[in-house]
Design a protein around this ligand. Structure first.
Ligand SMILES: O=C(O)C(=O)C[C@]1(C(=O)O)C=C[C@@H](O)C=C1
Length: 396
């Protein structure tokens, strides 16, 4: 059995949590029960005067009356020595944690992930790319997804941040700053848009097409050729659902193949996006930051404001150039708290400048000294600086 390097206090905490959560790890084998006893004995050596609360299940294996709080060494000794207690009875002792138990499965099977839209939305597909076995939780809007993570209703949120054709999704940049979540990862999704209609309908029959405005932007040319009226809906899957429930033969939707399957629609045309490289980048948001490594390619996202003065943005960008750090994204947004800066000049009157927040993504891990030095350098002339997250780079 792998031995954990735990101090006495940690060891005690481990023993009690082991008793409480043992059912999470399945039934105990005899071998496991034996190593459990060894662990207990080790714990007693550290904390000779401590008492451990045993679960009723473990205590009932000893026939004589046992108090709820007992000395762990005593009960182990009595259990081992008592001729009335068979090996079979001992097998119901809780199974100890081993080092491998401490890793949660990496397939995301226990993870609940919030996204904006209905089932079949591209955001749900992105969530499933990140956590293939997760439970996806649809949300009305982006803000609801942020709050669902903050309130522990879900574990993560997956939200779109930019598209290779349509550009940035500004609302999510603003929400990133208003909430205290961390960027724990990114998902790059190839968005294959489909034209959907009711069963038996031909695409030439369509007069109206429902979809998300971003999806419309991504298939401008196809829609112009069809000459249809565009009706904006909150998300592509909701558009598909409305077409299915509306039952109007002249109304179609731009949505995913998954949405077609869920809502029972026909795919009238596949891959209708104007550009084959139609990629939407999503952020994975979590309550806790990722502990960055240097084992793979990492990206760091930051937001900052600058002091007023000539060349300040040039200087800000130089902190990365000087250290050969590649920037992958730069975005500026108005500062809602302080959108205007008034410069008083008695000769020329009062000039008003817009004040901005700058969002930058750069290709380096915060574990790298060059990234840490760049941040320290940037802090010298920024009024505000926040690291939004450091996370592994995703590939399409
Ligand atoms: O409406 C959806 O299906 C979404 O997931 C939203 C969204 C977006 O907002 O960009 C996501 C991916 C596509 O680019 C189109 C729409």
């Amino acid at each position: 059995m792998a031995t954990l390097n735990l101090g006495p206090f940690q060891g005690c905490a481990r023993a009690s949590s082991l008793l409480l959560h043992v059912s999470d790890f399945g039934s105990a084998s005899t071998a496991n029960s034996l190593s459990f006893r060894n662990d207990f004995i080790k714990l007693r050596k550290w904390e000779s005067s401590s008492s451990v609360v045993l679960p009723p299940r473990a205590i009932t294996s000893v026939e004589d009356e046992t108090p709820a709080v007992v000395s762990s060494q005593n009960i182990i000794n009595r259990t081992l020595e008592d001729p009335k207690v068979s090996r079979k009875d001992l097998s119901i002792l809780p199974k100890p944690l081993s080092a491998t138990d401490l890793h949660s499965p990496n397939d995301g099977s226990k993870v609940r992930v919030a996204y904006q839209g209905l089932p079949g939305a591209y955001s749900e597909i992105a969530a499933l790319k990140a956590y293939p076995k997760c439970e996806t939780v649809p949300c009305d809007d982006f803000e609801a997804a942020f709050k669902a993570v903050e309130l522990w209703i879900v574990d993560k949120a997956v939200l779109p941040i930019e598209n290779s054709v349509g550009g940035s999704i500004h609302r999510n940049y603003d929400l990133l700053l208003r909430h205290r979540l961390h960027i724990a990862g990114e998902v790059q999704l190839q968005v294959n848009l489909c034209l959907l209609g009711l069963q038996g309908v031909r695409k030439e029959e369509l007069k109206n097409v429902l979809s998300h405005p971003h999806a419309f932007e991504q298939c401008e040319m196809t829609l112009s050729t069809l000459g249809v009226m565009r009706i904006s809906i909150e998300d592509t899957a909701a558009a598909a659902q409305m077409v299915a429930s509306g039952g109007e033969r002249d109304t179609g939707a731009i949505a995913s193949a998954r949405a077609a399957e869920i809502y029972g629609l026909n795919i009238l045309a596949d891959n209708v996006q104007d550009n084959d490289n139609n990629i939407t980048r999503f952020l994975i948001l979590a309550r806790e930051p990722v502990i960055p490594g240097t084992d793979k390619l990492y990206k760091t996202s930051i937001v900052f404001t600058l002091e007023e003065g000539p060349g300040v943005l040039f200087k800000a960008l130089a902190v990365f150039a000087l250290r050969e750090i590649n920037l992958t994204k730069i975005e500026s947004r108005p500062q809602r708290q302080r959108p205007l800066r008034v410069v008083d000049d008695s000769n020329e009157g009062r000039a008003k400048y817009f004040d901005y927040l700058f969002y930058i993504d750069f290709e380096a891990s915060m574990m790298e000294p060059r990234a840490q030095c760049a941040m320290a350098h940037l802090q010298e002339f920024s009024r505000f600086l926040r690291v939004l997250g450091c996370y592994p780079v995703d590939k399409v």
